[in-house]
Design a protein. Sequence first.
Length: 141
Amino acid sequence: MNIFQEDKNCFSPFYMSNQTRQSQPVLFDPQEAISLGNLFKDLYMSYQGFSNYCLQPENARQQALLEVQMYYFVAHEINLYLDMHPHDEKMIQLYEQYIQKAKQSQDVFEKRYGPLEVQNTQNKIPFEWIQGPWPWEYQKD
């Protein structure tokens, strides 16, 4: 998966107006969805013509964290959809797929960089949750 934008020119935001909801919603790909803050193409509208910020990880750690965030974001968006459409079997399957991808990417991140949540610590001495780097500390990788 390529999270880096080669030319740093993100997709142009657009709005699909007056389009009726299809039997299955039309979805952005996960990278585009997290950048826009919306998974559903027929619900997206840019704010007064502003374009979205391209997410540019500066190192492998940031890229791995963005992947975790991206998959959990997509799963959450699908979860919200399922609150209103609880019998949509295709979206339930898609939700399960993205939850699995999110958990896998979180496991990969935590094995390499440490826990993302305090309950995922191994309770070693010293308590690893407080071991750096903190999010505001600059790190090359």
